[in-house]
Design a binder for this molecule. Sequence first.
Ligand SMILES: *Cc1c(COP(=O)(O)O)cnc(C)c1O
Length: 415
Amino acid sequence: MRDSPAAYRAGRHFLQIPGPTNVPDRILRAMDRPTIDHRGPEFSRLARECLEGMKRIFKMSTGHVFIYPSSGTGAWEAAIVNTFSPGDRVLMFETGQFAVLWRNLAERFGLVVDFIGGDWRHGIDLVTLATKLAQDTAHQIRAVMCVHNETSTGVTSRIGEVRHAIDEAEHPALLMVDTISSLASIDYRHDEWGVDVTVAGSQKGLMLPPGLSFNAVSEKALAASKIAALPRSFWSWAEMLEPNQSGYFPYTPATNLFYGLRESISILADEEGLDNVFRRHARHGEATRRAVRAWDLQLLCLDPREYSNSLTAVLMPEGFDEARFRQVVLENFDLSLGAGLGKVKGKVFRIGHLGDFNDLMLCATLCGVEMGLEQFDVPFRKGGVMAALDYLSRGDRFPSNSQPTRSSSEAVAAT
Ligand SMILES: *Cc1c(COP(=O)(O)O)cnc(C)c1O
């Protein structure tokens, strides 16, 4: 028995996959309650607060937010079945595995997908997008469908520029965007970018357990849904709209997750503030990339304008399997890193740095990676952690446009 691994692992597990993410204790506590009547007044108030609050997270003032009891994949399906008819043409981009999966789903519903190929190291190909739209003088393309932050590659596409291309072409196509791993981590503007359907999930930037998904829908997409012919029932926007007005749902919602969602919205939008949330993620993204470069390893993302601030995908040197590397890191340091997915399986590991995350958690994560590289005999240069520490300790801890607030310096003086 003495030689067998201990049954108890002391200390906290490090869940540094790019979703699900760490759930703050406050959110866990908020959900730790008896389940209430989802047709009673307390739930109605809670749901209306969540529906309105999510508009602030999506940055939208008109349209509607739909909340489903499902993983993000459900919201992908909802976006499709509510908006299209069989045979509709859509434009999608092979940015990585999540784009491939959404494409597959669209094809199963009879959409005709023009899937623009990609090398999994870049975001949406804006030149090809502009060409395709310009060529489509008959306006047969019904929608442009994008993954904002490609979680399999650590590449963030520039949705503002996608919007610009659609406007330049004066094309009426709907714009649909998957923000499952970017919402509440990376700047996103549903209204300003003229997005018609934004797809999101609970378990990444929103810091909730898995189980809720979202469609943020413009008036234009609501209008399109009235003439769309694909059959729908569980995902139907029309069935949801009326009961939602009074804070109810056509079927049992994930009641307790709504308590968590209200807490999450309050933390993100009111207490930390979305701009500070984005800055924090940008800082952790940059520190991680500095570590990777110092290790002499390659980032999968090739264009600095497209670096993801919610995760970093790192190429393993030839001949070193990422799955075995991650196993070493998990066994020795109780740290979970993200797997290589699809085409980059075996070749890439991913460091998640999104959600409820701070400097020291990032430092510990990078230490786990650096020690793992050493133990797995990967050819690398030591000092990635040091490079990250140098950057993190440089003192731009506070947002560049503000000094430490009076209350925090007072708090320091008081200790
Ligand atoms: C996680 C993720 C999904 C899948 O969401 P599930 O909740 O696993 O169904 C889809 N798209 C992106 C970009 C993701 O990161």
